[in-house]
Ligand binder design. Structure first.
Ligand SMILES: Nc1ncnc2c1ncn2[C@@H]1O[C@H](COP(=O)(O)OP(=O)(O)OP(=O)(O)O)[C@@H](O)[C@H]1O
Length: 306
């Protein structure tokens, strides 16, 4: 069997004039926890719905565990899915729903199901109509995990969970990956996935703009310098290591990806009053990808591509 849990080839989906996904080439090996990140409307749910064959691609192809996604019977045997907006049968209790879904799949480990219910602190005796968004999500998470599928497709699964339950969800995800299961986790918040994912793909306007390991993102080694000047700012664009320069009311903000010597030399003769430095947070690195109109101009991409 193939080593890849997910593979897509030039996968695209257009809704009329809306380009929801364009030319997605992605490979996620078995056993990986992969974060699929992008702002609202970037195309995350569209990708997941294509992988589930809930919608058909405009062009391109996709496979789940080596099975073409159009072969629904075979592909879905490998899958567990948590949708972004969980809808349940309102008149059934949580346990009735789990029992019904378990019978459909025919391969539930009931001891593990009960452990999941306990660890996620779900009260399964209540009717679904009385569940909050977070509780509906818990039912969907238990249903997805309880069959121990080869691949879990999770669309913003922690959006309704409190921090304690989010931590429990992350523990369950890690345990699944240790057993060899693959987890595909979409989110628009880096912080939600950075503790569990080995790699993240960053999607914007339907296009995959980066795939990087968290270690790569963390190891960018860029430093941001805020220089307060008592005169006009010099031209710093040609200083070695300078990735970007932005004006501040009383000086400049410089992002640097190398040693600071050349920058300090250039600033020394310019009425430098104060110099403050800080490491960019992962969230700041991430926002660069979200916000810049094209590829980021910070030089970070080039470093990630190495
Ligand atoms: N059935 C549809 N008909 C028309 N347009 C659609 C449909 N589904 C999605 N879109 C559009 O495709 C684009 C991508 O949407 P998608 O739901 O995949 O984004 P997303 O990254 O999952 O966002 P969110 O985090 O808000 O769920 C959006 O512009 C959306 O409006």
């Amino acid at each position: 069997m193939t080593d890849e849990a997910i593979r897509t080839e030039r996968l695209s989906k257009h809704f009329g004039r809306t380009v929801a996904l364009e030319g997605l080439d992605l490979e996620v090996p078995r056993g990986e926890i992969f974060g699929f990140l992008g702002p609202n409307g970037a195309g995350k749910s569209t990708t997941i719905r294509l992988l589930l064959n809930l919608i058909r691609p405009t062009s391109g192809r996709a496979w789940i565990m080596g099975v073409p996604v159009g072969d629904v019977r075979a592909a879905h045997r490998h899958l567990g899915y948590v949708p972004g907006d969980v809808a349940l049968w309102p008149q059934l209790t949580g346990m009735e729903i789990l029992t019904y879904l378990g019978r459909l799949s025919g391969r539930v480990d009931t001891a593990y199901r009960d452990e999941l219910i306990e660890r996620l602190r779900l009260d399964p005796s209540l009717r679904a109509r009385s569940y909050s968004k977070g509780n509906r999500q818990k039912v969907a998470l238990v249903a997805a995990f309880m069959t121990r599928p080869d691949l879990l497709l999770l669309d913003e699964p922690t959006a309704g969970l409190d921090p304690l339950m989010e931590a429990e969800f992350q523990a369950l995800t890690r345990e699944a990956a240790r057993r060899g299961q693959t987890v595909f986790l979409s989110s628009h918040i880096l912080a939600e996935v950075e503790d569990v994912c080995e790699r993240v793909g960053i999607l914007r306007d339907g296009r995959l703009i980066e795939v990087a390991t968290l270690a790569d993102l963390r190891g960018l080694n860029a430093t941001v310098y805020d220089a307060t000047l008592d005169g006009p700012a010099p031209d710093l664009s040609d200083v070695p290591g300078v990735a970007s320069v932005e004006p501040l009311p009383d000086g400049v903000r410089v992002t640097l990806t190398g040693p600071p010597g050349p920058l300090l030399e250039r600033l020394a003769g310019t009425g430098l009053v104060k110099l403050r430095s800080h490491e960019p947070s992962l969230e700041e690195v991430f926002m660069t990808y979200y916000e810049s109109p094209a590829r980021p101009e910070t030089g970070l991409t080039a470093r990630l591509d190495r």
